[in-house]
Design a protein around this ligand. Structure first.
Ligand code: XMP
Length: 523
């Protein structure tokens, strides 16, 4: 999908496969300038000129410009008269393509913190984050050396005439002291961008995007999962084309949290005055994934069943041509090889990477360019209550990806009960829920032995998980629990949850892994 945003100041972030490409896009947006990531091998002249960038940023990446067929920027982009920032691999390919030289680190790369020896816009000797093998070894014509570290001569280079800046370090990483300041200096002082990306403009753009896509008569089925994203989507659709051309549908796939579907229906009716049609399809979904242990297969089956339900509902409600989904930017990035981008696919989020090829309804995804915090801000602007806007996210495939391997109904039931006890306990401690980005329980399909009263009991395990993060691209395990909190919750779940046929939990643990090397969800 091409850019829907019409702000004057747009930054094109070229993806060379670096892990922090989305962080670059985020830093630019935090500076108030719209940014979009495009893969280096999808940069046709027509596409780039249509995007009309005010500035271009080249990301890092795993390749070496010394290898044959290494990724390059199309030459026309150096000649567009658009200011450019090359980061790490981006700096190296810029230097090599423009007549400079790059040398191999010969196995002696530089990883971690380093100090810049001088750098005019910053005070002192700021610490920067390095992660590279190769380095620029000779400047291209027109460039001057700005700053070095003890290990890297050309840590920062600049061509004042073309406004091309190259940095070997990573200003997008928080480990680089005031790296965001450097990005702002590039955007505002060198590239002449204006910060015109306001919340109001984001809402206007989302509304305009819907209007452009569906025209004067198109009608939209709004897929309401129950999360903030889909509620904001409903608000945007209503504002764009009025309530009569939108039908909101919530599919209860039988793997929701307790009471979730009723709460969703309440939010839609009460706050948007739009009825939500709830389709109870638990049996269908659970039958379809029965015996399927592979997580990606489960995701695809669930994704396809969602689309099947939505297409059937669209017919029922009379000629709904479009499917509105609350897809947001991190969903797009992590499922990115769907678009053939060089970043690796981590998981196929069902509404992005798991869409079935037979799907007929064209998509309307006006939040596709937004990060979670921006979606939350739109939610507040649309009048959604604060408690709802602040809710932790919940994945489309629901508890289905929190029971590793093949899912059985009774496991989902026991997990939903455990999850409810855990979340209620968190909500009961003032301020705790807000410190956590996402908390949930995971079913462990492992049999263990326990003792209840005088009886030997065989039962199952579970894990409690809670993470802190800005954007879910990387997460840290939450580690600030009130004393005794986890012990109490684990005990309560083991005592109170009784599954069909008297099944019990007899083991409970806390998941201390971050992302990387783990991921937020277990599958
Ligand atoms: P991971 O596990 O990828 O999760 O670190 C990052 C965030 O994305 C949510 N998530 C999903 N959301 N469909 C969704 O709508 C999915 O298939 C999916 N997988 C993960 C996850 O809950 C977390 O907030």
């Amino acid at each position: 999908m091409e850019c829907a945003v019409t702000t004057l100041n747009k930054v094109l972030v070229v993806d060379f496969g670096g892990q922090s490409v989305q962080l670059i896009a985020r830093r630019v947006r935090e500076a108030g300038v719209f940014s979009e990531v495009m893969a280096f091998d999808k940069l046709t002249e027509e596409r780039v000129r249509a995007f009309n960038p005010r500035a271009i940023i080249l990301s890092g990446g795993p390749a070496s410009v010394l290898e044959q067929n290494s990724p390059q920027l199309p030459m026309f982009m150096y000649e567009m008269g658009v200011p450019m920032l090359g980061i790490c691999y981006g700096q190296q390919t810029m230097a090599a393509q423009l007549g400079g030289e790059v040398a191999s680190g010969a196995g002696r790369g530089e990883y971690g913190a380093a100090k810049l020896d001088h750098y005019a816009p910053m005070m002192g000797r700021p610490e920067v984050w390095m992660s590279h093998g190769d380095h620029v070894s000779a400047l291209p014509p027109g460039f001057a050396l700005i700053s070095s570290t003890s290990n890297c001569l050309y840590a920062m280079i600049y061509d004042d005439k073309r406004k091309f800046l190259g940095v070997q370090f990573h200003p997008e990483m928080t480990h680089t002291k005031d790296g965001a300041g450097l990005i702002r200096t590039f955007l505002f002082d060198l590239a002449g961008c204006e910060p015109d990306l306001t919340q109001a403009s984001l809402l206007d753009e989302a509304v305009a995007m819907v209007q452009r896509t569906v025209g004067d008569t198109g009608r939209v089925l709004c897929a309401g999962s129950g999360g903030v994203d889909s509620a904001v989507l409903a608000g945007v659709l209503k504002r764009a084309i009025g309530p009569d051309r939108v039908v909101c549908v919530h599919v209860d796939h039988g793997m929701m949290r307790k009471g979730e579907s009723d709460m969703v229906a309440d939010i839609f009716t009460r706050h948007f005055n739009m009825p939500l049609h709830v389709v109870r399809a638990g049996d269908l979904f659970l039958d379809r994934i029965a015996g399927i242990a592979d997580p990606e297969k489960k995701r695809r089956i669930i994704g396809a069943a969602f689309i099947e339900m939505f297409e059937a509902e669209a017919k029922k409600h009379g000629d709904l041509q479009y499917l509105g989904q609350g897809t947001i930017y991190p969903d797009v990035i992590e499922s990115t090889s769907f678009f053939g981008g060089p970043s690796k696919v981590i998981k196929s989020h069902h509404n992005v990477g798991g869409l079935p090829p037979w799907m007929r309804m064209p998509l309307v995804e006006p939040l596709r360019h937004l990060f979670k915090d921006q979606v939350r801000a739109l939610g507040r602007e649309l009048g959604l209550p604060d408690w709802f806007v602040r809710r932790h996210p919940f994945p489309g495939p629901g508890l289905g990806i929190r029971v590793p391997g093949a899912v059985q109904r009774w496991q989902v039931q026991m997990l939903a009960d455990a999850d409810e006890i855990y979340l209620k306990a968190i909500e009961a401690v003032p301020g705790l829920y807000e410190q956590i980005a996402q908390a949930f329980a995971v079913f462990l399909p492992v049999m263990a032995v326990g003792k209840m009263g005088d009886n030997r009991v065989e039962g199952w395990g579970f894990m409690l998980r809670a993470v802190q993060t800005d954007d879910f691209m990387s997460v840290e395990p939450f580690d600030n629990w009130p004393k005794g909190f986890l012990k109490d919750v684990v005990k309560r779940i083991c005592m109170d949850v009784v599954g069909p046929g008297g099944q019990r939990f007899v083991r409970g643990g806390y998941d201390y892994i971050g992302k990387p090397p783990g991921t937020t969800e277990w599958e």
